[in-house]
Design a protein around this ligand. Structure first.
Ligand SMILES: O=P(O)(O)OC[C@H]1O[C@H](OP(=O)(O)OP(=O)(O)O)[C@H](O)[C@@H]1O
Ligand SMILES: Nc1nc2[nH]cnc2c(=O)[nH]1
Length: 179
């Protein structure tokens, strides 16, 4: 698996340091508020698993599965709900966790949906932000790292469902996706 990686963009250590920093920031912000932390499947799973352990105040967890990429490297533009939340967001402080914001389509859809469902506040925390990929005007409240306009994998991010379990963020050798 690691032989398929051309370069490591963000190391495991850098990710873990950043996650600890974000955890401290979110602990301060949400102390005494019992936010609903929504992980967006499947990419946010490693980030969510690590980050919630660094938030030192009560949180409720839920998961939502939305998809617009399928097995492609470019968004179809159409966001589909594959699995909805089990919890009502009405009156809640919602904290959405994402692995990456690229075109912004997934997150702008979710933010609008949660506002329509009467969430009290909606905030976005993303590990990675790819500002050059944006197709809609969306700025995350918190972003761990900015990445260049390249297709990245690892730490939740897949190519054709592989590489999510790498502990770092990297770029694949071109021959992997060129067949
Ligand atoms: O800003 P955007 O262009 O909308 O891209 C971001 C979304 O794309 C990826 O999910 P994907 O739909 O590939 O599903 P996955 O997490 O299951 O891989 C990623 O996890 C984000 O949810
Ligand atoms: N794996 C992966 N999924 C994405 N979804 C949106 N952008 C990306 C990316 O760069 N890599």
């Amino acid at each position: 698996m690691r032989d398929d990686i051309q370069s490591v963009l963000i190391s495991e250590e850098e990710i873990q340091e950043k996650v600890a920093e974000l955890g401290r920031q979110l602990t301060e912000e949400y102390e005494g508020r019992f936010p609903l932390v929504v992980g967006v499947l499947k990419g946010s799973l490693p980030f969510m698993g690590d980050l919630i352990k660094k938030i030192d105040t009560h949180v409720e967890l839920d998961l939502m599965d939305v998809s617009s990429y399928g097995n492609e490297m470019v968004s179809s533009g159409e966001v589909k709900i594959v699995k909805d939340l089990n919890t009502s967001v009405e009156g809640r402080d919602v904290l959405i966790l994402e692995d990456i914001i690229d075109s912004g389509l997934t997150l702008s859809y979710l933010v609008e949906l949660f506002k329509y469902r009467k969430a009290k506040t909606v905030k976005i925390v993303t590990l990675l932000d790819k500002p050059e990929g944006r197709k809609v005007d969306l700025v995350p409240d918190v972003a761990g790292f900015s990445v260049p306009d390249e297709f990245v994998v690892g730490y939740g991010l897949d190519y054709a469902e592989r590489y999510r379990n790498l502990p770092f963020i990297g770029i694949l050798k071109p021959e992997i996706y060129q067949g």
